[in-house]
Design a protein around this ligand. Structure first.
Ligand SMILES: Nc1ncnc2c1ncn2[C@@H]1O[C@H](COP(=O)(O)OP(=O)(O)O)[C@@H](O)[C@H]1O
Ligand SMILES: [Mg+2]
Length: 149
């Protein structure tokens, strides 16, 4: 089952990210973020980071592919952008599987670049640009429908 969440503007995107952060209290998750360039994947991750207590600026790991941010509770937010991933060997160089097993909060932009390597229990959010300049939709796949309630 899919649920579609309409986001009117940046403030609503931040509110959604804060809601997700609350659902992440004391637990890790793999969050796969897909959707077109400019649909808000990085903006969502920045807002999630802020809501989780990251103080330093979160920038898109376009060339480094991964960036880590310590959280106040000792966990980490791991932000990946796999757009420029060359292939499976790059995943190994990145320590991809170790991150997946870490119990941290792992946000992955362009998850399709990792092929079948995204675990089935990952939370999948699909971002799309809406009609107005700040309008977005987020389609949530099971098992994370609860994020939209
Ligand atoms: N409601 C919104 N949610 C997210 N981003 C928005 C929204 N409205 C406008 N924007 C803008 O759209 C752009 C989204 O870019 P970005 O988050 O880098 O997208 P992506 O990572 O998906 O390529 C940013 O410039 C952001 O300020
Ligand atoms: Mg991005």
């Amino acid at each position: 089952m899919k649920s579609i969440l309409k986001i009117a503007d940046l403030a609503e995107m931040r509110a959604f990210a804060a809601n997700v952060a609350r659902r992440l209290q004391g637990r890790g998750a793999i969050i796969a973020l897909d959707g077109d360039l400019g649909s808000g994947k990085t903006t969502f991750t920045q807002a999630l980071a802020a809501a989780l207590g990251v103080r330093r600026p979160v920038t898109s790991p376009t060339f480094t592919l991964v960036c880590e941010y310590p959280l106040p509770d000792g966990r980490r937010l791991v932000h990946m952008d796999l757009y420029r991933l060359g292939g499976a060997s790059d995943l190994d160089a990145l320590g991809f599987h170790e991150y997946l097993d870490s119990g941290d909060v792992v946000c992955i932009e362009w998850p399709d670049r990792a092929g079948d390597e995204i675990p089935p229990d990952a939370w999948r959010l699909h971002f799309a640009i809406g009609a107005g300049s700040e309008e977005r939709t987020i389609t949530a796949e099971a098992p994370i429908d609860f994020l939209c309630q």
